[in-house]
Structures are given as structure tokens and as C-alpha cells.
Design a protein around this ligand. Structure first.
Ligand code: P6P
Length: 349
């Protein structure tokens, strides 16, 4: 005789109401809830985040069928200001952010990994007081092999007058950021952001075309088993970093994960704990990652989630750059795991 089915978990009115409310917790509404204000600056920040979300949707849509579109993948044949070969997806994504913000009336400049100088909103467009700093596609090496990619963003207010277009006011510490986060293009498209009041994640619901709140006030675990680093650079590292790697090799409980896209690797740490390292090397002690639009926004996120981000000698958010595309070594993640790496650096192994 078949068993009577367990009591069906039918939704109650209460669960339906909560589920509907969740589906209505879009990014722009959440920002206003965070700020508990409908002031002009709150509305601006909400609108800025909404524009970021639109850029993410456009890029996700393009990525989802890039393999079917002639000319969407591969290299452009150009080399960017970083000296890196440019992927067609890099340019597409860079142009999406420009297009999305150009008529927004919210920003005056956009500074990108892909552009040597900031893009200034043209005179015939409405100009705002904010600056968007972004890495349009983080992890370009994953573009043509259908692996996870990201976009990283940071929002600052323009300070003073940028008279001769040198954007010197951007050469300030990461504490000047008013919002930061990333979009992760994975099995689902997620947007993770902070405005200094915790870290919150949203998942794109393609059927709605909206990013819907997934998790609020995310806290990074104090410790995690993952260490994330490109061990192919082992012989180029300082001895102290090599000693740390030897330590995790011989200590039970560590596992290596490295995707080639920092947004994916750091999102993993945000949820599961652990540490990501991109140290300097003997030929390039400043490291590879860019401060203003990669390390600083990710440091803002991870610190807001209770984690840490350091160059190995100072907090990332305290670093004051001398140039727009300044690079910096990065050690970021769970506080106990970052401290472990620092202990090797400070003991000068
Ligand atoms: P490597 C992508 O270019 C990136 O900036 C990060 O997303 C990624 O973690 C790193 O560089 C990969 O660099 O030298 O390990 O291939």
C-alpha cells in the first residue's frame, strides 16, 4: 500500500506575500531602503545602481549567445593601455557602460581599464557629479571558453574642478568610494554591491529582466579552506610568498581553486571563505591588478562583509594612487587567512 503523501508544502498566504515582496525587492528599491531616504542624493545613487544593472543585463544577454554571433568572440588585434591583448567582448562591454551612462545625467566621467584616459560625458549630454570607475570584463581569458566572467565597478563623487581633464581628484584612497561591487556572469548572473552598509547580492531573473534580492548583509567566514592563486608564478614570487604556498601544501585542510577571473574567485571566498592572492613578482613588484577599478572596489566589498584586503604591507583601501592605472599586489579574503599570509610576509621568511 502506498504511503499517504506527506502534508503538501502548499504556500500559505503569508509565504506568498513574502515571496511576492521578495520579487519586488529590486536593486533600486533596495538602495533606497538602505539609505532610508528619498533625498536627491539617495535617488541619484539608486539611479546609478539601476544603470549598472542595465549594463549587466546587456552584457549578460550578449554573452549568452556570443558563440552564435559572428565576430562576437576572439581578439580585436589591439593592445590596451595595460599592454594586454583586447578581446572583442572587452570593447563591447566597455561601450555598453558608456552607452548606459552617457545620457543618464548622473556622471561626468567614466574611467575604465580599457581606456588610457577617462571618457568625459560630451557637452551636449546631461552631466552629473559622479564618476564611474570600472573593469568592463574581468577575466577576459575566459571569454572564448564559456567560463565565468565579471564586471567590477566603483562609484566616486567628483571633488573640485577637473579643469584640464587630468582627473587628479580620482587619485584618492578607496575610502572615497560611495558604492562598489561586481556583476558575476556565471550559471546565473549576479550583482553584488555595497554602499557602505553591508554587502547584498541580487540574481538576474531573465523572465522579469530584473535583479532580485537574493541575500542581504553577507558575511565572509572568518576562515575557509580555499587558497586562490596562480601557482604558475611560483618562481617569480618573493620567498615569503613561496613559504606560504609551501605551508598550505603541507598543511591538511587547504584546497586550491583558481578560475582566471578574480570576480568568480572572490565571490567564492565571500560565500565559503578563504584567501585570494595576486602578489607582486620579482620583475613586477607592483603586481598585475589595478587599484582603482579592481582591488579597491573588491576591498570595499570584502571589508564590508567582515573580511580584509591588503597589499601585504597596508590596507588596500588606504592606498593613494599616483596614476589612474596604478597596479597593486592584492591579498584578500577571510580575516584569519589574510592574516596567515601577512605573517609569512612580516616574518620575512
Ligand atoms: P593570470 C584577469 O585578467 C585578471 O585581472 C583577474 O580577473 C584574474 O584573477 C587575473 O587577472 C588572472 O591573471 O596572470 O593568473 O592569468
Amino acid at each position: 500500500m502506498t504511503q499517504a503523501p506527506e502534508s503538501l508544502d502548499l504556500p500559505t498566504a503569508d509565504t506568498q506575500e513574502r515571496s511576492l515582496d521578495r520579487d519586488c525587492t529590486t536593486l533600486s528599491r533596495h538602495v533606497l531602503q538602505q539609505l532610508q531616504s528619498f533625498s536627491g542624493s539617495a535617488q541619484d545613487l539608486s539611479a546609478l545602481m539601476n544603470r549598472i544593472a542595465l549594463a549587466g543585463k546587456l552584457i549578460a544577454r550578449h554573452m549568452s549567445h556570443a558563440g552564435l554571433m559572428a565576430g562576437a568572440l576572439g581578439f580585436t588585434g589591439e593592445v590596451n593601455v595595460q599592454g594586454e591583448s583586447v578581446k572583442k567582448m572587452d570593447i563591447y562591454a566597455n561601450d555598453v557602460f558608456i552607452a548606459v551612462f552617457k545620457q543618464s545625467g548622473l556622471v561626468c566621467r567614466l574611467a575604465s581599464e580599457e581606456m588610457e584616459n577617462p571618457y568625459y560625458i560630451p557637452e551636449n549630454c546631461p552631466i552629473g557629479r559622479y564618476t564611474l570607475l570600472y573593469d568592463p570584463i574581468d577575466g577576459s581569458s575566459n571569454t572564448d571558453i564559456n567560463l565565468s566572467l565579471g564586471s567590477i565597478f566603483s562609484i566616486r563623487q567628483q571633488e573640485g574642478e577637473d579643469l584640464n581633464g587630468e582627473a587628479k581628484d580620482l587619485l584618492a584612497s578607496g575610502h572615497k568610494q560611495i558604492a562598489a561591487g561586481y556583476i558575476l556572469y556565471g550559471p546565473s548572473t549576479m550583482l553584488v554591491y555595497t554602499i557602505g552598509n553591508g554587502v547584498h547580492s541580487f540574481t538576474l531573473d531573465p523572465s522579469l529582466g530584473e535583479f532580485i534580492l537574493t541575500e542581504e548583509n553577507i558575511r565572509i567566514p572568518e576562515h575557509g579552506s580555499v587558497y586562490s592563486v596562480n601557482e604558475g608564478n611560483f618562481w617569480q614570487w618573493d620567498e615569503s610568498i613561496r613559504e606560504y604556498i609551501r605551508y598550505v601544501h603541507r598543511t591538511e585542510g587547504y584546497t586550491a581553486r583558481y578560475s582566471g577571473a578574480m570576480v568568480s574567485d572572490i565571490h567564492r571566498l565571500l560565500i565559503q571563505g578563504g584567501v585570494f592572492l595576486y602578489p607582486g613578482t620579482l620583475p613586477k613588484p607592483e603586481g598585475k591588478l589595478r587599484l582603482l577599478y579592481e582591488s579597491a572596489p573588491l576591498a570595499f566589498i570584502i571589508e564590508q562583509a567582515g573580511g580584509r584586503a591588503t597589499t601585504g604591507h597596508m590596507n588596500i583601501l588606504d592606498v593613494v594612487p599616483t596614476k589612474l592605472h596604478q597596479r597593486t599586489p592584492l591579498i584578500i579574503g577571510s580575516p584569519k587567512d589574510v592574516a596567515k599570509v601577512e605573517s609569512f610576509i612580516q616574518n620575512g621568511h
